[in-house]
Design a protein around this ligand. Structure first.
Ligand code: NAD
Length: 390
């Protein structure tokens, strides 16, 4: 990875829906997808405002004829071209993910979609069935999972260093929305409106990130039941929560907690994942993503650093700059897009053997995030009761 050599045969012809000028996440997608030449940006319906979207695409250097007023026009026109796009990224507010992803799959496109994938599990399962039927990849933008030290934590669990996993402690609790910032901030406004955000705010917007990271680290844990309470400390956000606490019980006896919040006043991201086993624990914090804390009972605590020779080879495979120099979220997202591209090529070549050992947040991860949010909301709105996981 350190040399940036592309591992696929050719760049994937790629388009974007959303992620237009001033959007929060559009540039991160472009930066990650284009970094190592895995994708080639050729088309876009970047903005709800067609003129602004077209102008933005032109500023990015796209052929103006391939800067479309909306995604419907883009999918139709691109399908008619011999050199049309093969993959589309959907970086729009949550309410549009299901219809746009569905239409993209039906147009024969691979999809990289933002989270949460859909509003309901049945919608997510519908997308899963269409993708499976057509042999298409749906990648979900759980970007933090591309950090090298997440891979290292997964290896430490897999090789038994931590012993039997007992406790999963998750947190994503920032303070940026401690007050009603949505009055002046359009990107915050849609997040607290159920018509655009779906059945939850912080559970879907924030907590699904550490949830997926924990699934990568502990792939064998299955939730048995959970209990959630949620609050709207800024009252105008009700029924959507700006704070929630979740208790989880897993098959086999492990337990978990998740605190997610947008009103953790004074905090930056505060996304932390701590996995406790019978022999030791690991802890990862997204504000210091190059480090992983490893604590073995009875031994001094260690801080493992990215890029060091003592890491597992699979973790080092993602390294981009060598130890000491900090890497960040852009690098993690680029690692993810490398895997999305490898998965797309393996699907197109009908070569499932190349998918063996390739870990990326696919449609199953998208379905699982939606299912988890749905159960949390059901528990919280039922009065904070245990609900069995199904
Ligand atoms: P935003 O409001 O900042 O930007 C949304 C963009 O989509 C704008 O450019 C808007 O014009 C465009 N858009 C809206 N509807 C459209 C449509 N129908 N067709 C074309 N363009 C359309 O939102 P954001 O913060 O960038 O969030 C977008 C998505 O990304 C959300 O689902 C959010 O949950 C997700 N997100 C994920 C991460 C992550 O870490 N994976 C981080 C931030 C946001």
């Amino acid at each position: 990875m350190i040399d940036g050599i592309r591992l696929t045969k050719a760049p994937i012809r790629w388009g974007m829906v959303g992620g237009g000028r001033g959007s929060q996440i559009g540039y991160v997608h472009r930066s990650a997808a284009l970094r190592d030449g895995y994708f080639s940006l050729l088309a876009g319906a970047f903005d709800l405002d067609p003129d602004r979207g077209r102008a933005f695409g032109a500023d990015l250097g796209l052929d103006p004829g391939r800067c479309y007023p909306d995604w419907q026009a883009m999918f139709a026109a691109e399908a008619a071209r011999a050199d049309g796009i093969r993959c589309v990224t959907i970086a729009t507010p949550n309410n549009t993910h299901y219809p746009i992803t569905r239409a993209a799959l039906l147009a024969g496109l691979h999809v990289i979609c933002e989270k949460p994938l859909t509003f309901t599990t049945s919608e997510a399962l519908d997308l899963q069935a269409i993708a499976a039927d057509r042999g298409l990849v749906v990648g979900v933008a759980y970007g933090y999972s591309g950090h090298q030290m997440i891979e290292e934590a997964a290896r430490l669990v897999a090789d038994g260093t931590l012993g039997e996993i007992r406790i999963v402690n998750l947190q994503f609790a920032h303070g940026f929305h401690s007050a009603a910032v949505e009055h002046d901030n359009p990107a915050a406004r849609w997040r607290v409106d159920p018509a655009f955000a779906g059945p939850s705010y912080v559970l879907g917007d924030l907590a699904t990130h550490p949830l997926y990271v924990a699934q990568v680290i502990c792939p064998n844990l299955r939730i048995r039941r959970l209990l959630c309470t949620r609050q709207s400390f800024v009252a105008s956000r009700a029924p959507l929560e700006d704070n929630a606490t979740v208790l989880m019980e897993y098959e086999g006896g492990a337990v978990g907690t998740c605190w997610t919040s947008a009103v953790n006043a004074g905090a930056m991201h505060s996304q932390k994942v701590r996995i406790v086993g019978s022999k030791g624990s690991v802890e990862w914090w997204d504000e210091h993503p190059n480090q992983l804390r490893l604590e073995i009972q009875g031994e001094p605590a260690r801080v493992l650093d990215r890029g060091m020779a003592y890491l597992h080879p699979q973790s080092l495979a993602d390294d981009r700059i060598g130890a000491g120099h900090p890497e960040g979220l852009f690098d993690a997202w680029a690692n993810l897009h490398c895997r999305f591209a490898l998965a797309i090529e393996a699907h197109e070549d009908k070569d499932p053997a190349r998918l063996a050992g390739l870990r990326y947040p696919g449609i199953e991860a998208g379905v699982e995030g939606v299912r988890w949010v749905e159960h949390c909301v059901r528990s919280a709105d039922g009065g904070g009761v245990w609900v069995d996981y199904a």
